[in-house]
Design a protein around this ligand. Structure first.
Ligand code: KG4
Ligand code: ZN
Length: 342
């Protein structure tokens, strides 16, 4: 079975083909980051318009890379939530219509299910069950993954996502968007513990996160400082160390509480070298990462998740569904009752 995957939930337009016999046949991606950089964040209307421009050419390109004719696709999977509603609608409308024209099944996929299953595209792949630390620009979650569609959210952020906190602090430091990688580079030049920020919500039980107070602490410290390069690097270092130690403490706690021994780290912040190093050194777990281009948004993970569900006989009706607030908790294992949008 060959599944075309489509991802347009935020500022990345992507297409991929997953084949049940040969694995991933091809994937393409266009990042809109330059379009949004001037505004310091994603502008939803500009994102939707650019998905309209790029999606069809990317689908043509991925079919060519996969050496397939459109008629050789057996099903279409598209991200139908959560995300920006206009952006989601572009992928959902095109994916649903394409499947209708081909008389093949179509299925809306939960974007976070894509992220959670992305490490299964790698060798070695983690076996179920595993703990997933999902850290991206839009989400911060600890999830117990027992199988396809069997997800238990153990903890999540109560305010800013961790990538969002990196981006906002980077902006305060005068770095360009998206600031996570630039802040990480600046932090490397900072002195450990020269400036110490709190480790939010680590002093009480539970697995939830909160990063907005940390951002405020950074702003207040920057206002009091002298603005030299050394000072800015120390602030970046202090912020990054606080975030990483917080993630590490909560992840360790989740491993202890669940008894799980395998950890998957996924989402854009999973690219952070210091985070990887700290988790590797500090945790008694086997740690798995998707390859860097599948840590961030991509269509390979959507094609793969789509394949798992379409192959089990699940598909959507003709309605085009885009659900910006689709909850992960509503998902069911394939073969069970269909999940509920909204
Ligand atoms: O997963 P992703 O591409 O987008 C969402 O689905 O949200 O993650 C992007 C986020 C951005 O906030 C970016 O600043 C952050 O990941 N990021 C990093 C690093 N690389 C990307 N944050 C910290 N350190 C990095 N090396
Ligand atoms: Zn994402």
């Amino acid at each position: 079975m060959r599944v075309l995957g489509i991802e347009t939930s935020c500022d990345e337009t992507a297409a991929a083909v997953y084949d049940s016999d040969h694995g991933l046949l091809g994937h393409t991606l266009y990042s809109q980051v330059e379009i949004h950089a001037a505004f310091g964040g994603v502008v939803p209307e500009l994102a939707s318009r650019d998905h309209v421009r790029k999606l069809l050419p990317l689908i043509r390109e991925v079919l060519q890379k996969s050496k397939l004719a459109l008629s050789e696709i057996d099903g279409v999977a598209y991200t139908s939530g959560p995300g920006l509603v206009g952006a989601l609608l572009v992928g959902a409308c095109l994916g649903r219509s394409l499947a209708y024209a081909l008389d093949k099944p179509a299925l809306g996929i939960h974007h976070l299910e894509g992220h959670l299953l992305a490490p299964l595209l790698e060798t070695p792949a983690p076996t179920f069950p595993f703990l997933a630390l999902l850290v991206s620009g839009g989400h911060t979650l600890l999830v117990r993954v027992a199988g396809i569609g069997r997800y238990t959210v153990l903890g999540e952020t109560l305010d800013d996502a961790v990538g969002e906190a990196f981006d906002k602090c980077a902006k305060l430091l005068g770095l360009s968007y998206p600031g996570g990688p630039e802040l990480a580079a600046l932090a490397e030049r900072g002195t450990p513990d020269a400036i110490r920020f709190p480790r939010p919500m680590t002093g009480r039980p539970g697995l939830d996160f909160s990063f907005s107070g940390l951002k405020t602490a950074v702003r207040v410290r920057l206002e009091k400082g002298n603005g030299t390069d050394t000072f800015r690097a120390d602030v970046a270092r202090g912020f990054q160390d606080a975030v990483i130690e917080t993630l590490s403490i909560k992840t360790k706690r989740a491993l202890q509480q669940t008894g799980l021994t395998r950890l998957v780290v996924t989402g854009g912040v999973g690219a952070n070298k210091q985070l990887r190093h700290t988790l590797k050194e500090g945790l008694e777990a086997e740690v798995f990462y998707p390859r860097p281009e599948f840590c961030t948004d991509n269509a390979a993970m959507i094609a793969f998740a789509g394949y798992q569900r379409l192959a089990a006989g699940q598909s959507d009706d003709l309605q085009v569904v885009a659900d910006p607030r689709w909850s992960l908790a509503t998902l069911k294992a394939p073969g069970n009752e269909k999940e509920q949008h909204g």
